[in-house]
Design a protein around this ligand. Structure first.
Ligand code: ATP
Ligand code: MG
Length: 295
C-alpha cells in the first residue's frame, strides 16, 4: 500500500450508511508524530501530484473534480493554496461558489455547477459546491424560499430527493470519466473560535473576518447534523467523502494531498503512446532540423 493510501484510509468514507460524525475527531493527527514529518510528506505528495497531473493532461481522458466543504475558518482556502502549489496552473481550474446570483436563482440548483465542471485532462476544484444546497439551504429555510421552487414540489422529502439527485448526477459524471472526490474539513467549534479571535487580533488577518460568520456559529449543531446526513446519503465508492481532521492545518494539508495522490495513482495514468505514423513524423522533423536548418 502506498504511503498516501495508508494515511488517508481512516478518513475515507465510501459507504455512508454507518457514518457517524462523532466517530471522527477533528484533532486527530493519525499516524504522524510531528509537523516536520508532515512537511516532508506534503512535499513528497506535491511532487507526485505534479508528475501525475502532467500525465493526466497529456492523456486527456479523465477529468478530476475535487469538492471542498467546511464551516468557516476550517482552512479551505489554505488547503487549496498549499496542496495545489506544485501543479501546472494550466491544468487546474478553481471555482468558488458564493450565495447564488439572481440569474443563478432563475435556474435549477445544478445549473451553475454544471457549467464549471473540469474539462478532460484537468483538475477542477470546487471551493463550496452544490452541496450547499443540503447545508446552508437546509439550516436556513428562508434560503430555500428564495429559490422559488413551486410549492407543491417542496415537501418533507426535499432533502432525500436532493441527495438522490446529487448521487444520480455524480453517477452520470463518473460514467463520463469525471473522477469525483469530496472533502469535508472537520473543524471543532472550539478551534473555530480560536481562529476567529486570531482574525480579530492580527491586523493581517482582519480582512478574513466577517460578522456573518459569527452568526452561523449559533447554528453549529444544525450544521453538524446536516453534514452528517449529507455524508450518510452521498458517500459512495465512486464519489467518496474524506472527513479530514482540521484542527491542525499541517495535518489537514497532508491528508488532502495524500487523497489526491491516491486518486491519481488509482487511474494508472500514462503518457499517450507514440504510434508508428507519429514516430515517422518525429524522425522526419528531427532530420529537417539537423540537416536543413542551419541557424
Ligand atoms: P468562504 O466563506 O467560502 O471562505 P468568502 O467568505 O469569500 O468564502 P462568502 O461571501 O462568505 O465568501 O460566500 C460564501 C457564502 O455563500 C457561504 O456563506 C455559503 O453558505 C453561501 N452559499 C454558497 N452556496 C450557496 C447556495 N447555493 N445557497 C445559499 N448560500 C450559498
Ligand atoms: Mg465566508
Amino acid at each position: 500500500m502506498s504511503w498516501a493510501r495508508k494515511l488517508v484510509t481512516p478518513y475515507r468514507v465510501d459507504d455512508g450508511e454507518k457514518f457517524r460524525l462523532k466517530d471522527f475527531d477533528p484533532g486527530d493527527t493519525g499516524l504522524l508524530r510531528s509537523k516536520g514529518q508532515a512537511k516532508k510528506l506534503l512535499e513528497q505528495g506535491i511532487a507526485s501530484m505534479a508528475e501525475l497531473q502532467d500525465k493526466l493532461y497529456a492523456q486527456d481522458c479523465w477529468g478530476v473534480l475535487l469538492i471542498f466543504q467546511a464551516m468557516d475558518a476550517a482552512g479551505k482556502d489554505g488547503v487549496i493554496k498549499h496542496v495545489m502549489s506544485g501543479v501546472n496552473p494550466q491544468g487546474c481550474q478553481v471555482y468558488s461558489f458564493k450565495a447564488p446570483s439572481s440569474e443563478e436563482l432563475n435556474h435549477d440548483f445544478m445549473w451553475r455547477a454544471s457549467t464549471r465542471l473540469p474539462e478532460r485532462g484537468r483538475i477542477g476544484i470546487f471551493n463550496r459546491s452544490y452541496y450547499e444546497e443540503v447545508l446552508v439551504v437546509r439550516v436556513h429555510p428562508e434560503v430555500l424560499k428564495s429559490e422559488r421552487i413551486p410549492s407543491s414540489l417542496v415537501t418533507k422529502d426535499i432533502w432525500k430527493e436532493r441527495f438522490a439527485d446529487i448521487k444520480a448526477f455524480e453517477g452520470y459524471l463518473a460514467r463520463n470519466g469525471v473522477v469525483i472526490r469530496k472533502f469535508f474539513l472537520n473543524l471543532s467549534k472550539k478551534e473555530q473560535k480560536r481562529r476567529f479571535l486570531a482574525r480579530l487580533e492580527e491586523p493581517e488577518k482582519n480582512w478574513k473576518f466577517s460578522v456573518a460568520d459569527i452568526h452561523e456559529r449559533a447554528s453549529w449543531g444544525d450544521y453538524m447534523k446536516a453534514y452528517e446526513d449529507m455524508i450518510v446519503h452521498t458517500a459512495t465508492p465512486r464519489a467518496p467523502w474524506y472527513v479530514v481532521p482540521s484542527d491542525n492545518k499541517w495535518f489537514t494539508r497532508v491528508v488532502v494531498a495524500a487523497a489526491i495522490v491516491e486518486t491519481l495513482e488509482s487511474l494508472r495514468l500514462a503518457y499517450p503512446e507514440v504510434n508508428p505514423q507519429k514516430r515517422k513524423e518525429l524522425n522526419a522533423a528531427r532530420k529537417l532540423l539537423e540537416t536543413k536548418d542551419s541557424s
